[in-house]
Design a protein. Structure first.
Length: 526
C-alpha cells in the first residue's frame, strides 16, 4: 500500500467514525471464521472489521491489507502482551493472504438505532389506514433538526439560512414545514421552482442551482427573483441572452484537484459541475460587465460527509477564494453558500456529526479569512437536504415471501423503485422488523423487492431475527433522496407518503400512484 493509499484509508476510517459500542459482534465465515463478541478490550478490532466490511457483508483481501496497514502495528503491539497471539489480527492476515473475499456479518445493537417514539406510536394507525408500502415522515423531528441548524449557525450575520435542497424530499408539505421554520428552497428544476412558488416563496427565498439548464428555467427563476447559481462560464452569455443578467448572481465553484470529494459525489476533477479555479474570477468580471451588482459564491463538493474537518475545510476553501476574488476584482460577496452534503449516520455505529463543533470551526475560519481580511460581513448559508429530513423518514413495507435458495431471501412489497440508494450506491439503510426489536438476530437474509433486477435489494447478508410473511419492515433514514429517486420500471408504482404531524396525527401527504396514473400519459391506444 502506498503512503497516499494509507492516508486515504485512514481518512476513510476517521470519516466513518465508527463507535464500536453499537456493535454487538462480528461473525466471520469460512475456515478462518469465528465470532468476535463485543467484550471489553477488543474495540479496536471491532472498529477495523466494521470499517473494512462492505455493506453487503464481505472483507476482501485488499480490504484486510488496508485494515492491517492502519491498525496492524498497534494490535500486534497488544498481542505482545498476550504472548504474541492475537486471534483477530491473525484472521485478518489470513484473509489478506487469501485470494477471495470472506463473508463477515456485522451484528448491530438494535438499541442503538430505535425507531422514534412518535413514529412507533403512529405506525399501528398508519398500517390500519394505508396499504404498504408507504413512506412516513416525522414532522417534529424535521422541525427539531431545522432548529438545531439555526441555533448552531446563530453567529452568522445578518442571519443564517439553509436553503432546503428540494430534490431531497420534494413533497410540498415537507417543504412547507421547512418554510415555516424560516428555511429557503434550493431548487434544481422547473417543477421544484413551481413547488416553491406555489408555497408562496419568492425572491431570495429561492436559490436556483441547476446544471445543463434550459433557457425556460432561467426565465422562470429570474421572474421569481430567485438567486441564480450558474454552473458554467458559458451560461453567463446564455442567461444574459435568454433571461437577462440578474442583479444578484452566484457561481458554483469546482476546486478540481484541490479537493478529493467522496464516494457518492466523486472526484471533483471528474465532476461536470461548476467553474474551475482558472475560470471563476473572470466569470464575476464578465457578469459585472453585463450588469450584475451583487454576488454569491457556492460549492458542493461532498455528499453525506461525516468528517467534520472536511466540512470545515470546504468553508476555509470558499472563504479564501472569496478573499482572492475580492483582491483580483474588487467585488464584495453578499453571501457564501457552503452547499449541502452534511452527512447523517446511516449505520447505528456511526455517531452523528457534532453540528455545533462544525459551526464553531466554520466561525473560526470566517473570522480569520473574512473578518480579518476586511471583506465582511458576508452571509453564510447552506443548502442541506439529507441532514434535515433524512433521519426523519421511514419506508414501511410488508414481507410477502420468505424463500430459501443458495441464500435466504425476504421479499418485500416495496422494491428499488421505491428506494434506490442501496442498489445505486450499495448504501446501508438500517432495518427494524416491527415488534421483533428484542429478538435474537439469528438469521442472515438478503432483503429484496420484486423488480426484475438482481440488485433490487435493500440489504445483502443482513443479520435479522427470523422473519415470516406479514412481518413489517421499517427501513430507516429514508427521508431524503428516498421517495425522490423513485421510478416506474417494471410498472412499479410510487407509494404514498404520510406525515406524522407535530400533534401526532397521521396525514396522507401524497397518495399512492394507481395503474390509471401509470397509463395516463399514453395517447390514442384504446
Ligand atoms: C447542488 C446541490 N445542493 C444540495 C444538495 C443536497 O445534498 P444533501 O442532501 O446531501 O445535503 C444536492 C444533492 O444532490 C445538490 O446537488
Amino acid at each position: 500500500m502506498t503512503t497516499d493509499e494509507l492516508k486515504l484509508f485512514q481518512a476513510r476510517v476517521a470519516a466513518l467514525r465508527i463507535n464500536p459500542t453499537a456493535i454487538a459482534g462480528v461473525k466471520i465465515y469460512g475456515g478462518n471464521g469465528g465470532i468476535i463478541q463485543n467484550s471489553k478490550g477488543n474495540e479496536v478490532s471491532l472498529q477495523i472489521y466494521a470499517a473494512i466490511t462492505s455493506n453487503d457483508g464481505y472483507i476482501s483481501p485488499a480490504g484486510a491489507k488496508k485494515g492491517l496497514a492502519v491498525y496492524g502495528n498497534s494490535l500486534r503491539g497488544e498481542a505482545k502482551d498476550r504472548q504474541g497471539s492475537h486471534p483477530e489480527i491473525d484472521r485478518l492476515e489470513k484473509i489478506a493472504r487469501s485470494r477471495q473475499a470472506v463473508r463477515c456479518d456485522i451484528y448491530r445493537r438494535e438499541s442503538s438505532r430505535l425507531l422514534p417514539e412518535r413514529i412507533l406510536r403512529a405506525l399501528p394507525e398508519a398500517l390500519k389506514r394505508y396499504p404498504t408500502p408507504f413512506y412516513i415522515y416525522d414532522e417534529q423531528g424535521i422541525r427539531d433538526t431545522a432548529r438545531a441548524y439555526k441555533k448552531a449557525f446563530a453567529w452568522v450575520k445578518p442571519a443564517y439560512r439553509n436553503y432546503f435542497a428540494v430534490k431531497a424530499c420534494p413533497n410540498p408539505h415537507i417543504v412547507n414545514v421547512l418554510k415555516d421554520e424560516g428555511f429557503g428552497a434550493d431548487c434544481s428544476s422547473l417543477a421544484e421552482l413551481v413547488i416553491a412558488e406555489k408555497l408562496g416563496m419568492q425572491g431570495e427565498d429561492i436559490m436556483f442551482t441547476s446544471n445543463d439548464t434550459p433557457a425556460a428555467e432561467y426565465v422562470k427563476a429570474k421572474r421569481l427573483g430567485a438567486i441564480i447559481n450558474l454552473d458554467d462560464v458559458s451560461h453567463i452569455g446564455y442567461i444574459d441572452k435568454n433571461a437577462g443578467m440578474p442583479e444578484l448572481i452566484c457561481f458554483r465553484y469546482n476546486p478540481g484537484p484541490l479537493r478529493k470529494g467522496n464516494d457518492i459525489i466523486g472526484d471533483p476533477r471528474e465532476s461536470k459541475y461548476g467553474l474551475t479555479t482558472d475560470q471563476i474570477a473572470g466569470a464575476y468580471i464578465k457578469a459585472m460587465e453585463l450588469g450584475a451588482e451583487r454576488f454569491g459564491l457556492h460549492t458542493m463538493v461532498v455528499s453525506n460527509m461525516l468528517d467534520e474537518q472536511y466540512l470545515e475545510e470546504t468553508a476555509v476553501m470558499l472563504f479564501k477564494l472569496a478573499a482572492m476574488i475580492n483582491h483580483d476584482t474588487g467585488i464584495k460577496f453578499d453571501f457564501i453558500n457552503l452547499g449541502g452534503g452534511f452527512g447523517i449516520p446511516y449505520k447505528p455505529e456511526q455517531p452523528a456529526i457534532d453540528l455545533d463543533a462544525v459551526s464553531a470551526g466554520i466561525h473560526g475560519a470566517y473570522k480569520k479569512y473574512i473578518e480579518d481580511m476586511g471583506i465582511g460581513p458576508v452571509r453564510v448559508v447552506t443548502e442541506c437536504g439529507r441532514a434535515i429530513t433524512g433521519p426523519h423518514g421511514f419506508l414501511v413495507s410488508k414481507v410477502r415471501h420468505v424463500s430459501v435458495k443458495y441464500r435466504d431471501y425476504v421479499g418485500l412489497d416495496a422494491c428499488m423503485a421505491n428506494l434506490m440508494r442501496p442498489a445505486l450506491y450499495g448504501a446501508y439503510h438500517h432495518i427494524t422488523v416491527l415488534g421483533k426489536e428484542n429478538e435474537q438476530k439469528d438469521r442472515v437474509y438478503d432483503v429484496t423487492g420484486s423488480l426484475c433486477e438482481n440488485n433490487d435489494k435493500f440489504a445483502v447478508n443482513r443479520p435479522l431475527p427470523t422473519v415470516v410473511p406479514g412481518d413489517i419492515f421499517v427501513i430507516h433514514d429514508t427521508g431524503a433522496h428516498g421517495y425522490a429517486m423513485g421510478f416506474q420500471y417494471n410498472g412499479k408504482l410510487r407509494s404514498a407518503e404520510l406525515l406524522v404531524t407535530s400533534e401526532g396525527q397521521v396525514r396522507q401527504i401524497r397518495r399512492a400512484e394507481t395503474v390509471e396514473d401509470y397509463l395516463d400519459t399514453i395517447e390514442n391506444w384504446l
